[in-house]
Write a protein that binds this ligand. Structure first.
Ligand code: 5GP
Ligand code: MG
Length: 180
């Protein structure tokens, strides 16, 4: 499909599935080389990372590899400071582990910075970050992307797990918000 309409907005074909596959393959090769003696725990951040996680993990050959799925849930705080975020789904001890966070997209980096703070408090050996997509110019805080698939400009995209208001996650290609 060259164009898709999701709710009120038009999106145009932007990056083909084969190019994203290639980028993920390169990430897998790097991770396999770097972490071969680590027994890594891959931590997939739902919902957006489900497809990236599946695509990457099929190519990870490291003995002792584990995968877990977590979510940052927001709820209204009891005081006026607004949203409080909590990590849900992590029901295993990560003390002394090499944790590789799998994220669909790093934009401002705020959610990842928060997530890394929560994980560090649980005393892992190291935390590494693998992002399928990364908008370096959008970063507003210090986040180190250890493994990056494709760098983007500050454009809004859907597909490959990323949604626009609930739609578009299932597309194997990446679509960009239309100018018109
Ligand atoms: P950050 O905290 O880095 O600003 O936000 C990261 C999250 O915002 C991503 O995990 C993703 O869910 C969402 N996001 C950021 N940029 C885009 C985008 O271009 N398209 C979509 N669909 N979601 C995005
Ligand atoms: Mg996300």
């Amino acid at each position: 499909m060259k164009n898709v309409k999701l709710h009120d907005k038009e999106f145009n074909l932007f990056i083909k599935a084969a190019d994203i596959d290639k980028a993920i393959e390169n990430m897998a090769t790097q991770i396999n080389n770097d972490l071969n003696n680590e027994k890594p725990l891959f931590l997939s951040i739902l919902n957006g990372s489900f497809m990236f996680t599946s695509d990457l993990l099929k190519q990870i050959t490291i003995p002792g590899t584990e995968v877990s799925f977590v979510k940052l849930a927001s709820y209204a705080g009891v005081n006026s400071t607004g949203k409080v975020k909590e990590l849900i789904g992590l029901n295993q001890d990560i003390t002394g582990k090499t944790v590789v966070i799998l994220e669909d997209m790093i934009d401002s980096g705020q959610s990842m910075s928060y997530m890394i703070g929560l994980l560090k408090a649980k005393n892992p050996r190291q935390i590494l970050l693998a992002a399928m997509l990364y908008k370096p110019k959008a970063l507003t805080c210090e986040v180190k992307v250890d493994y990056c698939g494709i760098e983007l400009e500050n454009d809004f995209v859907v597909g490959r797990g990323l949604d626009y208001d609930g739609l578009g996650r299932n597309y194997p290609d990446l679509y960009i918000l239309s100018e018109k």
